[in-house]
Design a protein around this ligand. Structure first.
Ligand SMILES: Nc1ncnc2c1ncn2[C@@H]1O[C@H](COP(=O)(O)OP(=O)(O)O)[C@@H](O)[C@H]1O
Ligand SMILES: [Mg+2]
Length: 377
């Protein structure tokens, strides 16, 4: 498990970069009942960056976010936002904007009145309010909709009002808890790009919570993957995808095939077959291991010669061919290892008729693409 902000030179060049905006150390939440909702979570987030907390339902994402917002007092651990301990101020006094799945807009008020609300709460100079409301409605592309009532706006437009309302008082930190989860796929993908655009435009430090791996990869500078209340990995999206640190992360992002066996010098042995792979860290020969390989890193061909460049080439059979539109998903198994169903992408949908179910094929990959982890069970 990696602690703190990921290393690396690329990324945003916003002013304030390098300053730590959020600093969490060993944050733990124990609601009772045996397991910890959040278990010693530690991370730093630099000012101006977009962090996504990604994990399955029940992994502790909302609890972690609520502790950062100051809605939930941690059982133990420390947290600072902008250098200040979070529990020093009541939530409404903190400089934190929030958008949740339930938008909690005022349905009978206009879009502009909703956006003005946090400014009135914070006793902004009333003369400055209309201009600022207009600017933020423009930012979310609702410049012409200020007078519309919330219940006269579409779901996507309501999302935009909620974003404008969360940002209008220029908070230090924007917190998003699955605000897009209830939207249909097309609108959700559009709003993901909008969050990214707005965040880049304002440079506001953002923490987003989602269970949607695609959203995490699309919008984030940094991603924290959670499972069972623990941070599994903290990295940039490309690093997380390319170099998962454990089988959970490998399985949660992308489509992976797993093979259990025992470690050999150059990979693992399973069902009497030698599968080439790359050990993640030092693993003793003979130790129980789990290999993981992504669907786009496996090749199949009727002729083994065609896979001559691969480190492992083994005979197998096609079990299923699934048409997914922009690609095909083959399900195949190696002869001698029937319990492992390899899932293999093929990016030519016209190849649908290439193989019949049951057809013999060769299956190949390169050692660096099969990541081999010590078994934890
Ligand atoms: N107020 C609470 N009281 C008791 N248990 C809770 C409370 N809030 C969350 N939990 C438990 O903590 C765990 C993490 O929940 P949550 O943070 O909501 O996960 P996520 O947002 O990832 O779905 C779950 O097991 C959940 O049941
Ligand atoms: Mg949640």
């Amino acid at each position: 498990m990696k602690q703190g902000a990921p290393a690396g030179g690329s990324g945003s060049t916003d002013a304030g970069q390098g300053q730590v905006a959020v600093h969490a150390r060993d944050l733990t939440m124990d609601f009772g009942g045996g397991s910890l909702a959040v278990d010693r979570a530690s991370f730093d987030l630099e000012a101006g960056r977009f962090l996504t907390i990604l994990g399955p339902s029940g992994s502790g994402k909302t609890t972690l976010l609520r502790m950062i917002a100051g809605f939930q007092k941690p059982s133990s651990g420390q947290i600072t936002v902008g250098g200040h301990a979070v529990d020093a101020m009541p939530p409404h006094r903190r400089s934190v904007g929030m958008v949740f799945q339930r938008l909690a807009l005022f349905p009978h008020m206009s879009a502009a009145q909703n956006v003005a609300f946090p400014l009135k709460m914070r006793r902004f100079d009333p003369r400055g309010i209309p201009g600022r409301v207009r600017d933020f409605l423009d930012l979310v592309k609702l410049g012409d909709y200020g007078e519309r009532r919330i219940n006269e706006l579409s779901g996507g437009q309501q999302q935009r009002v909620a974003i404008a309302r969360a940002l209008v008082f220029e908070p230090e930190l924007l917190l998003l808890d699955e605000p897009l989860a209830a939207l249909d796929r097309k609108l959700r993908e559009e709003m993901q790009l909008e969050f990214r655009r707005i965040q880049h435009e304002l440079g506001v430090t953002t923490i987003n919570v989602t269970h949607d791996q695609r959203e995490a990869l699309v919008v984030s500078d940094d991603i924290i993957v959670m499972d069972g209340g623990r941070i599994q990995q903290h990295a940039r999206p490309t690093e997380l995808y390319r170099a998962p640190e454990n089988p959970f992360v490998a399985g949660f992002l992308g489509v992976s095939t797993f093979a259990d066996g025992e470690a050999t010098e150059r990979g693992l042995r399973a069902g009497g077959l030698e599968l080439s792979g790359l050990h993640a860290g030092a693993i003793a020969t003979g130790a129980p291991v789990r290999g993981a390989i992504r669907a786009e890193q496996i090749r199949i061909n009727a002729a083994p010669e065609a896979l001559a460049g691969c480190d492992t080439v083994l005979p197998g059979r096609i079990r299923d061919v699934i048409f997914e539109g922009e690609r095909l998903l083959y399900v195949a198994a190696l002869d001698g290892l029937p319990e492992v169903e390899f899932r293999i992408y093929h990016h030519d949908p016209d190849a649908f008729d290439l193989y019949d179910i049951g057809a013999p094929v060769s299956i190949g990959w390169n050692a660096r693409d099969m990541k081999i982890f010590k078994s934890t069970a």
